[in-house]
Design a protein around this ligand. Sequence first.
Ligand SMILES: NC(=O)C1=CN([C@@H]2O[C@H](COP(=O)(O)OP(=O)(O)OC[C@H]3O[C@@H](n4cnc5c(N)ncnc54)[C@H](OP(=O)(O)O)[C@@H]3O)[C@@H](O)[C@H]2O)C=CC1
Ligand SMILES: O=C(O)[C@@H]1CCC=N1
Length: 276
Amino acid sequence: MSVLENKKISFIGGGNMAQALISGLIACDIKPELITVSAPSAETRQHYTEQNIKTVDASTDPKAAIKGADVVVLAVKPQVMQDVVSEFADALEGQLVISVAAGLSTELLSSMLGGYRHIVRAMPNTPSQIQMGATGLYATDDISEEQKQLATAVMAASGLTMWVDDETHMHAVTAVAGSAPAYVFYFIESMIDGAVALGLDKEQASQLAMQTVLGAAQMTINSDDSPAELRRKVMSPKGTTQAAIESMQANEIGRQIGEAMQACYDRSQALSEEMK
Ligand SMILES: NC(=O)C1=CN([C@@H]2O[C@H](COP(=O)(O)OP(=O)(O)OC[C@H]3O[C@@H](n4cnc5c(N)ncnc54)[C@H](OP(=O)(O)O)[C@@H]3O)[C@@H](O)[C@H]2O)C=CC1
Ligand SMILES: O=C(O)[C@@H]1CCC=N1
């Protein structure tokens, strides 16, 4: 029997990340009737009503999503987290709380929730929408093995899950998973622009770039070779790929990606400081 069987899961916030995770749950045959979304705007609520998901008007009845829930997923922006959770913190009665907010530590979340301790921190990414997500998870010693299994099941509906045992590693998870789809989209955008500059039309350029990234990513998963070895197998000596890779190396693209990830990591740390 699935850990999620008959579990009621409430989402506080119904934006991009909530929708991605809900899509995963529904694809795993979780009944929409067991899911509730709390959001202030009628437009967002309507979007979920159309999927047969229960909704709650966060501005008039913020505690309604908490009552009877087994799991409460906090999916609002870090900057509004304190205001949002203070509306319902005193209604929590042992539910597992999973926060997907960037930067906010379990200690800070606990203090925002008036000392509540059943909190798991998760950092998913938007490919969760197609069950191809990658989620890092962290729990304090207050979380039982059963609660960890429940948190794993909620997030695994959308893809890969990985627990870290040092909370500071959640900043690195954000840099390599949470924010990282955006780097790949940016890379694809740039490849399309490059191919258009070289004379292909946009449709041709898009199809070739997207299929190439998909194929290369799948190869890194299926192959016993490391990404570096796979790269070398494309590079014929004095061939076309060598010319491209040498251009990238001359421009220190690898170092620049590392710097971008450091900026992501630093911003994740700074968010936590700003919210204190
Ligand atoms: N987007 C991503 O790729 C990722 C995001 N995250 C984290 O997920 C969280 C949400 O991000 P994202 O989904 O992108 O943000 P969005 O802006 O798409 O969604 C935020 C949601 O919060 C809702 N909201 C605002 N005020 C309240 C309130 N008082 N009560 C209930 N809901 C409220 C909004 O409601 P309404 O629609 O009605 O305005 C909206 O649905 C953030 O903390 C972010 O760090 C984590 C990993 C990846
Ligand atoms: O950009 C952000 O802050 C959020 C967290 C990770 C992905 N999106």
